[in-house]
Ligand binder design. Structure first.
Ligand code: FBP
Length: 342
């Protein structure tokens, strides 16, 4: 037995212990955030279990309803949404919730209210659920101005005001990646003890990557800067090697790979989706927050993604996120296109 490893294993840096350590750096903290996060972690463990057992538990396939995006809801979409709404309300730390699966924001009843607002995509990558490809949960946390009188403005805040963000990927392993504004850390669920253990401390996205990730099936609808950028990835003129294309079609999985390996994930605006496809509040903002915390960038084609100010909870936006230098390249192509327009 490798006693050193076993000894190391006994010093378990669980996600709760990690967040408590972070909390101890804020003497003014009451522990509300830690309690809220523990309820999000509980939701992730439940959904992880449901996703892994979906085929056995007849949880694959459609749930019969359609969400506000006009997408046919999968059974697991509905189940995951229910789990997170109940977990977040039962934490007693939230006052308003915005979910991809609910047309309207959910205002928590006064007796159960707390001061946090949570925006979330309970199960991202729905198109991949039934074929067992990685899917995930995405979440972002804001503070309400006045918990006794929460309003939509409390969630329609700029991404700059986000306090924390994360995602949980349900793949070959269940991995929860979190930032509370002090860097990015990754935790892997150890099913034998039911705990998320710190496995990816202080994630830093490589400054430049060898991978681009996008749905090239949309190429004919792309604007010029996007088309030029992808052309450059495939046929670089500076003697460097072409980038490799990797696209899973689940934002959580594509962004997770980008965070660890570097490169760029892009879902641009195009003639089919003039505002892009991905939703600002519970897809673009949390992933942009994490990418910036890891030293990368997130750009919309016009501005830094976190500077956006959404008008509606299901607003969409184009997004380019990833390694710092790769995003600089796409920014210069959009700047050049603006100049020629001027
Ligand atoms: P939902 O599954 O939560 O609706 O998310 C949207 C999404 O599946 C992203 O995860 C993914 O990046 C994108 O859409 C894939 O879109 P497309 O199939 O057009 O490439």
């Amino acid at each position: 037995m490798d006693h050193a490893a076993e000894a190391q294993r006994t010093d378990l840096m669980t996600i709760t212990r990690h967040v408590l350590n972070e909390q101890s750096k804020h003497p003014e903290a009451h522990g509300d955030f830690t309690i809220l996060l523990n309820h999000i972690v509980l939701g992730c463990k439940f959904v992880c279990n449901a996703v892994q057992k979906a085929g056995l538990a007849k949880l694959l396939g459609l749930g019969g309803e359609t969400n506000v995006q006009g997408e046919a809801q999968k059974k697991l979409d509905v189940l995951s949404n229910e789990v997170f709404v109940k977990a977040l309300i039962s934490s007693g730390r939230t006052c308003i919730l915005a979910s991809e699966e609910n047309e309207e924001a959910i205002f928590v009843e006064p007796s159960k209210r707390g001061r946090y607002c949570v925006v979330f995509d309970p199960l991202d990558g729905s198109s991949n659920i039934d074929c067992g490809v990685s899917v995930g949960t995405i979440f972002g946390i804001y503070m309400a101005k006045d918990k006794t009188n929460p309003t939509l403005d409390d969630v329609l805040q700029s991404g700059k005001n986000m306090l924390a963000a994360g995602y949980c990927m349900y793949g070959s392993a269940c991995t929860l990646v979190l930032s509370t504004g002090n860097g990015v850390n990754g935790f892997t669920l150890d099913p034998s003890i039911g705990e998320f253990i710190l496995t990816h401390p202080d994630i830093k996205v490589p400054k430049k990557g060898k991978i681009y990730s996008t749905n090239e099936g949309n190429t004919k609808y792309w604007d010029e800067p996007t088309a030029k950028y992808v052309e450059k990835c495939k046929f670089p003129k500076d003697g460097s090697s072409p980038k490799s294309l990797r696209y899973i079609g689940s934002m959580v999985a594509d962004v997770h790979r980008t965070l660890l390996y570097g490169g760029i994930f892009l879902y641009p605006a195009d003639r089919k989706n003039p505002n892009g496809k991905l939703r600002v509040l519970y897809e673009v903002f949390p992933m942009s927050y994490l990418m910036e915390q890891a030293g990368g960038q997130a750009f919309t084609g016009k501005q830094q993604a976190l500077e956006l100010l959404p008008k509606k909870i299901h607003d969409q936006s184009p997004i380019f996120l990833g390694s710092y230098d790769d995003i600089e390249e796409i920014k210069s192509l959009y700047a050049a296109a603006e100049e020629t327009k001027a």
